[in-house]
Design a protein around this ligand. Structure first.
Ligand code: ADP
Length: 401
């Protein structure tokens, strides 16, 4: 069965078509500038098929975007399937599942209502995810659809990890708690790490998902027991443009001084902070490294230092929370591609048995060990694959019906 995996944002929509039985990728791409024009890219993975590189296609809504994707997939020349009948189901990334979803869910009216109820918790993402679902319902009314939540994997956290120390009624009445995100990625890489460790009965793993958005998770026996993001993805580590944890009093202090509304302050913390703000160079780690290494930009180096320091601090915190650590995993854009970042984060962690092998760290592979043979803690780089996880869950749920 072929599964269409959709990750819908407000003006973009990423897609992959995956053969669920063989777990092979057949095609992928992205629709961008939805609602303000439309750009379409298509990368078939079969030999002899031509790519479509960023062509203009008018996409006033997500409906036209989905239709454009489907047309490309069944295109007689460059398509990868002969008809729509080959698509068995659609799997959607949904960012916020609140406390309702500890698992993926077949999409029906109740599921949609529950995703809508989570909009106040995920106002930036859930409405866009719903637009993707609605567009697929419109273009493929007969296909079953599944929602896979970024928050689901972290639903195993104990109350002491997910509760904030604020009046309990805000948890009881308003669902204010830590939810955590990137769950599909943390689940995938922690699962792969357990495989690579030889499937031990017990395991303590720290997953470092370091990309534009970054989060760490502490996983005991394959279950998340803590994570750095919170009610929203703004919490935890400093990121590309997000501040991560700050003293909340800063909000009042700056809004008093500059007359910012709360909304404006949150916008600053989401979009104008993080390594972008510290460096005033870029939110992109490649640009920061280039500015620091090749142009001696001290603020770029400061931003990198801050990032490495905060990741290292959380690694220490999670090792303490779990009473030890068997493995640390690096994943996502920076985690997979930044050997210098990995080395800088792990610097000084030899006291807890982390020893990086310089040679291994600079080798490239989708999955590899980068610690020395005598390192007590194994350190791995594991390329994340959230789309495959979504395809797996979708396949499992639709074939179980
Ligand atoms: P997102 O959170 O948007 O999914 P990614 O996981 O794709 O982000 O990560 C994007 C980040 O990864 C960018 O900051 C980018 O600079 C960084 N990155 C990608 N390739 C490299 C590389 N070769 N070296 C260092 N950083 C890299």
């Amino acid at each position: 069965m072929k599964i269409l995996v959709i990750n819908a944002g407000s003006s973009s929509l990423k897609y992959q078509l995956i053969d669920a039985e063989s777990e092979t990728l057949l095609a992928k791409g992205v629709c961008e500038r939805i609602g303000i024009g439309g750009k379409f890219t298509y990368k078939p993975q079969l030999e002899g098929k031509q790519q479509v590189k960023a062509v203009d296609v008018l996409m006033p809504t997500h409906n036209e975007a989905i239709q454009t994707v489907l047309d490309a997939l069944v295109d007689p020349v460059n398509g990868v399937i002969s008809s729509m009948d080959e698509i068995g189901a659609v799997g959607h990334r949904v960012v916020h599942g609140g406390k309702k979803f500890g698992e993926s869910c077949l999409i029906d009216d109740m599921c949609i209502a529950a995703i809508k109820e989570c909009i106040p918790l995920g106002p930036l993402h859930n409405p866009a995810n719903l637009m993707g679902i609605e567009a697929c319902t419109k273009c493929m009314p007969d296909k079953p659809q599944v929602a896979v939540f970024d928050t689901a994997f972290h639903q195993t956290m104990p109350p002491k990890a997910y509760l904030y120390a604020i009046p309990y009624e805000y948890y009881e009445n308003d669902d204010v708690r830590r939810y955590g995100f990137h769950g599909t990625s943390h689940k995938y890489v922690s699962g792969r790490c357990i495989d690579l460790l030889g499937n031990p009965e017990h395991s303590k793993i720290i997953c470092c998902h370091l990309g534009n958005g970054s989060s760490l998770s502490a996983c005991v026996d394959g279950k998340s027991i803590d994570t750095t993001m919170g009610l929203s993805p703004l919490a935890g580590l400093p990121m590309g443009t997000r501040s991560g944890d700050i003293d909340p009093t800063i909000l009042e202090y700056l809004s008093d001084r500059y007359g910012y509304s709360l909304k404006e302050m949150i916008e600053i913390l989401n979009k104008k902070s993080g390594v972008l703000a510290l460096s005033e160079v870029s939110s992109d780690f490649r640009d920061l490294e280039d500015a620091s290494w090749h142009h001696g930009n001290e603020r770029a180096q400061l931003a990198l230092d801050k990032f490495h320091y905060e990741v290292r601090k959380y690694i220490g915190a999670y090792a303490a929370a779990m009473g030890g650590v068997d493995a640390i995993v690096f994943t996502a854009g920076v985690g997979e591609n930044g050997p210098e970042t990995r080395a800088a984060i792990c610097e000084g962690l030899d006291f807890m048995g982390v020893k990086i092998c310089e040679k291994r760290n600079f080798e490239r592979a989708d999955e590899h060990l980068i610690s020395t043979d005598d390192s007590k803690v194994k350190v791995f780089v594991i390329a994340t694959n959230e789309e495959l996880m979504i395809a797996r869950d979708t396949y499992r749920l639709v074939t179980r019906r």
